[in-house]
Write a protein that binds this ligand. Structure first.
Ligand code: NAD
Length: 350
């Protein structure tokens, strides 16, 4: 099985590549532009494997995509390359439209051209998995869950760009017959997560005795999934999902942001008692514009149809994650020093 992964140097992409190369035994080509969010150090555990190769490339570059696809001849394409940080999309949406919308279009066209030239089993077995987010559904109230048929209602430029890309992927299936699947996942956490996102930022700031910024009153709710559970789900959806279908992925782990940060503080109190109590560092800051109240995923279709189950609870996953950041300063320290120092992003000036 030859799998082309786009965005494989990112947080989720690298977890997927480590899983496909290290555990599934697939031949993987990772195509990644290496933006600020791409980091080849996240692939160090499998970088020397003979079933892994890396190509630096932009998904907006059609000729390059065609050349890479023709040379590698993938059985599956798993598309994760994206601009992914909501706050950065508020500050400037251009890169989000270019990569998430135009890049997905260019990749779909390159995939369609390649797939239409395949014959027999190779053509029948080809798959294109478009990886997306639950943020396309907008915000939930106090109750209810996002299902696969929940109407799209994106709030941020990031979510809107992903929604556009999801529609393109679905249209390429309906119009051209390209064997497309779409997955929409809740918030991920785990190792190798770029330290601009809530969980790694809070862990690293707690380690350094810096303020732990919490947006608004901290009561916004996210549904957390360990990134390695997501990687397993993506492989399953691509291999066994029904063509043209959407699969929601989530761990049934709803938490208020403030409770996530308090949990990290409690773990830090246990693992680094000398700087306790860490919750004295919690600082409420101006809310994110357009901040969705609540996300929660109904993953029943993935669970019943494809037999997927999350292996980590939030409690097991968050403890492993805090320990990972404590043990892997060599991974995050250069990012903190040279790429992103923890400053506030995504404030709209009056
Ligand atoms: P990330 O920002 O950590 O990584 C994105 C990767 O894409 C980086 O390696 C970057 O270099 C690469 N990239 C960006 N623009 C590119 C381009 N034009 N061409 C080629 N490569 C490019 O993102 P992530 O958190 O790993 O998310 C991966 C995918 O999963 C995204 O599509 C995202 O929308 C989706 N998703 C993320 C979450 C989450 O909680 N992080 C949840 C659900 C879905």
């Amino acid at each position: 099985m030859r799998i082309l992964v786009t965005g494989g140097a990112g947080f989720i992409g690298s977890a997927l590549v480590r899983y496909l190369v290290g555990e599934v035994g697939a031949d993987v080509l990772n195509l990644d532009k290496l933006t600020y969010a791409g980091n080849l150090e996240s692939l160090a555990p499998i970088a020397g494997a003979n079933n892994y190769q890396f190509v630096q490339g932009d998904i907006c570059d059609g000729p390059k995509l065609s050349q890479v696809i023709a040379g590698f001849r993938p059985d599956h394409i798993m598309h994760l390359a994206a601009e992914s940080h909501v706050d950065r999309s508020i500050t400037g949406a251009k890169d989000f439209i270019e990569t998430n919308v135009m890049g997905t279009f260019v990749l779909l066209e390159a995939a369609r051209h390649y797939w239409s030239g395949l014959k027999g089993e190779a053509k029948a077995d080809f798959r294109f998995l478009h990886v997306s987010t639950d943020e396309v559904y907008g915000s939930l109230g106090e109750s209810g869950l996002f299902g696969e048929t929940t109407p799209y209602d994106p709030s941020s430029p990031y979510a809107a760009s992903k929604a556009a890309a999801d529609h393109l992927a679905k249209a390429w299936h309906r119009t051209y017959g390209l064997p497309v699947l779409v997955s929409n996942c809740s918030n991920n956490y785990g190792p190798y997560h770029f330290p601009e996102k809530l969980i790694p930022l809070s862990i690293i700031n707690a380690m350094e005795g810096q303020p732990l910024p919490v947006y608004g009153d901290g009561s916004n709710i996210r549904d957390w999934l360990h990134v390695e559970d997501h990687a397993r789900a993506l492989h399953l959806i691509c291999a066994k999902g029904r063509l043209g279908e959407t699969y929601n992925v989530g761990g049934r782990n709803e938490r208020r942001n403030i409770d996530v940060v308090r949990r990290i503080c409690a773990l830090m109190d246990r693992l680094r008692p000398q700087s306790s109590p860490h919750d004295r560092l919690i600082t409420f800051v101006t809310d994110r514009p357009g901040h969705d109240r609540r996300y929660a995923i109904d993953a029943a279709k993935l669970e019943t149809e494809l037999g997927w189950q999350a292996q980590e609870t939030f409690d097991t996953g968050i403890e492993k994650t805090v320990r990972w950041y404590l043990d892997n300063e060599a991974w995050w320290r250069p990012l903190r020093g040279e790429v992103y120092a923890g400053e506030r992003l995504g404030i709209v000036k009056a």
